[in-house]
Design a protein around this ligand. Structure first.
Ligand code: NAP
Length: 281
């Protein structure tokens, strides 16, 4: 009899992670003898966990906050996008070696290709946030040929680091500090992406930027998936602006991780149904 193959997620806290239910639903549907387990670990246990994983029936795992950046120092290989983004959300263990990937970037690329409705080539992007997800957005925007990037972030030093790391990738890259700069940049941009938790459950009343700066013809994306539609997305839609929440990205990044471990495309409709069920929709 074959040993059950283990995958999972490392992070802290993990109580609200939806990843175990969506991956386990797909393993079950595909009759795979695999299990996805939440590993809530302390930072000092990561080295030990990787040493163990390399010598066990663990095929890989997802990585979430606060370990996406830190984990890069413990891996044997890093994919191209991971080197640029500086964050890993998927680890694959094969033949005793641990390789890091970032499937957030691929998920963002897929959404822009599928839902923007125009070619992102040459477009200008306003990015709210400068953390790991924002860096994946910058990578995705560059990969799709966007030419201008303007960054809004609470902590200037982090936005400055993002700007420096991606300055070769864009024709123009700016930091937006002053309200006037923000207004002008948002009004003249094509794509606006929120990569902060502002508006996330339970503080759903908050908006990441002044909604009055938005206008028709723009494309709005919010990476938050709880709630599935933030106020930012709802308000944009009410203004007749095309807007997409973080749920499709969540499913796409999970599907890509699943494929990295198993070599199989998972049933994404099952993932979506499990999430809908979870939120009682
Ligand atoms: P992170 O690395 O911790 O970065 C968080 C970013 O949000 C930083 O730029 C931070 O600014 C900013 N921020 C945090 N709290 C804020 C506040 N109260 N006001 C203003 N700015 C604030 O986190 P992350 O991994 O990039 O995740 C960011 C968001 O994306 C989260 O909501 C996460 O759930 C979402 N996400 C979604 C998916 C998906 O599949 N849909 C995947 C990944 C991430 P400072 O620099 O000032 O700290």
């Amino acid at each position: 009899m074959q040993t059950t193959i283990i995958t999972g997620i490392i992070g802290k806290p993990l109580a609200h992670s939806l990843s175990p239910i969506i991956h386990n639903a797909c393993f079950k549907q595909l009759s795979l003898d695999w299990q996805y387990i939440p590993f809530e670990v302390e930072p000092e246990a990561i080295d030990c966990l990787l040493k163990f994983a390399r010598k066990s029936n663990i095929a890989g795992f997802n990585v979430t906050m606060p370990y996406k950046e830190m984990i890069t120092g413990f891996l044997d290989e890093l994919s191209h996008e991971t080197l640029k983004i500086g964050a890993v959300n998927t680890v694959k263990i094969l033949n005793g070696r641990a390789a890091g990937y970032n499937t957030d970037a691929g998920a963002i690329i897929r959404i822009l290709k599928e839902q923007y409705g125009k070619s992102p080539k040459g477009k200008s992007v306003v990015l709210i946030g400068a953390g790991g997800a924002a860096r994946a957005v910058a990578y995705a925007a560059h990969s799709l040929g966007c030419k201008k990037l303007a960054i809004i972030n609470r902590t200037r030093s982090k936005a400055k680091r993002l700007k420096n790391d991606f300055k070769e990738e864009f024709d123009q890259i700016n930091l937006l500090d002053e309200p006037g700069d923000m207004k002008n940049a948002v009004e003249s941009s094509d794509i606006i992406i929120n990569a902060t938790p502002v508006g996330m459950f339970p503080e759903t009343g908050k908006l990441p930027i002044n909604i009055e700066y938005l206008k028709k013809g723009q494309f709005i994306m919010d990476l938050i998936y709880h709630p599935a539609e933030t106020n930012f997305i709802k308000e944009a839609k009410q203004m007749g602006i095309k807007a997409v929440g973080g749920m499709p990205m969540f499913i796409y990044q999970a599907a890509e991780s699943f494929k990295i471990w198993t070599g199989i495309n998972p049933p994404q409709e099952t993932m979506a149904a499990v999430v809908k069920d979870f939120f009682g929709e």
